[in-house]
Design a protein around this ligand. Structure first.
Ligand SMILES: [Zn+2]
Length: 335
């Protein structure tokens, strides 16, 4: 993803953060500190709510990385190359190669939501312990919020609409049943388009009802729709190219032009180490040949740019060769 920075590795895979990732933490922290924590654990200072809200948002961010890390880990286990994991404003995304079997596709997709469910269970368990045993109401509220958020994350990702994880599972099931991977991908992506449109609609209704958080749903739905459209296009293209070879796209008898005589050098002769001189025609220098086209200017001070040194010399072409000689075979070292 453009605009992201590498920040270490997870499960041996590069972990990247998009510039928009801090937005996710800010939005989560504002929602948690401004409403949830004062309601679930009253009678604490604003400073305490803010500090624990940031901690809770970071905790949820970490569990999001665990979700993506699970996808990456299982993909690597089944031999699929994983490029990276990127966290951005709407969550996380793992870039990897395609699964070769329906089973691998399903297992990789299911690993993320299952990890979120485990994180959710651990969070809720820890919340009960800190509340009943240690009596840390604020800490318990943060852990409970993170636990429920993870369960909600798992539930949302299990919606059968690609590219959500549930959509990938649906794709794997159809692929296994029908034996047609691209058809399965297209059906799952169509479901993704429908789910994205529904999310946009729900977000707009929520926004016009007065909840600013509705915009988040609109953004999420739009992102889901765009990814689903791209998936439909990819599977359609892949299916249309099925069974074709490179030779099918080539002209069987291309037109060739035979040169009337032997290959001759047509390079301009220049004196060695000629000074650059003023360039008055937009960085192009007139060709020394009478009536010739302007030649591209080169930087004489930069040896790497092919400065105006001695013109290349060519050795004569052999008269009895098996065919037309290559220019590279005629080049001689300068001197
Ligand atoms: Zn996932």
């Amino acid at each position: 993803m453009k605009g992201s920075l590498s920040m270490g590795r997870i499960a041996g895979v590069p972990l990247r953060f998009h510039w928009s990732a801090p937005l996710l933490i800010i939005v989560l922290a504002v929602g948690l500190g401004g409403g949830t924590l004062p309601e679930w654990a009253p009678n604490h200072s604003q400073g305490a709510y803010r500090a624990w809200a940031v901690a809770g948002a970071l905790l949820l961010g970490a569990s999001l990385i665990a979700h993506e890390g699970a996808h990456a880990l299982v993909a690597r286990r089944v031999g699929i190359k994983v490029k990276d994991v990127t966290v951005f404003a709407l969550g996380g995304v793992t870039r990897m190669g395609q699964a070769t079997t329906a089973r691998d596709e399903g297992v990789i997709a299911a690993a993320g939501p299952l990890t979120s469910l485990v994180c959710g269970g651990v969070g809720l368990g820890a919340a009960v312990l800190t509340h009943d045993v240690a009596h840390w109401a604020l800490v318990s509220a943060v852990l409970a919020w993170a636990g429920w958020a993870n369960i909600a994350l798992a539930a949302f990702n299990l919606v059968p609409a690609a590219p959500l994880d549930g959509g990938r599972v649906l794709q794997a099931v159809i692929w296994r049943a029908r034996g047609d991977r691209e058809r399965a991908a297209r059906i799952a992506a169509r479901c993704g388009q429908v789910a994205g449109a529904l999310l946009v609609g729900a977000g707009l209704v929520e926004f016009f009802a007065g909840a600013t958080a509705g915009l988040w749903l609109v953004l999420l739905g739009w992102f889901l729709s765009m990814a689903a459209v791209a998936e439909v296009r990819r599977s359609t293209l892949t299916e249309s190219l099925r069974g074709l070879h490179a030779s099918d796209a080539m002209r069987p008898h291309p037109r060739c032009r035979r040169l009337p005589g032997p290959l001759r050098p047509r390079l301009p002769r220049r004196p060695a180490h000629r000074p650059a001189g003023p360039l008055g025609n937009g960085g192009r220098r007139p060709d020394p040949r009478p009536g010739g086209r302007p030649a591209a200017a080169r930087n004489d001070h930069d040896p790497g740019s092919g400065g105006a040194g001695p013109a290349p010399r060519l050795r004569p072409a052999p008269a009895d060769g098996p065919g037309p000689p290559l220019v590279t075979s005629l080049l001689m070292p300068p001197g």
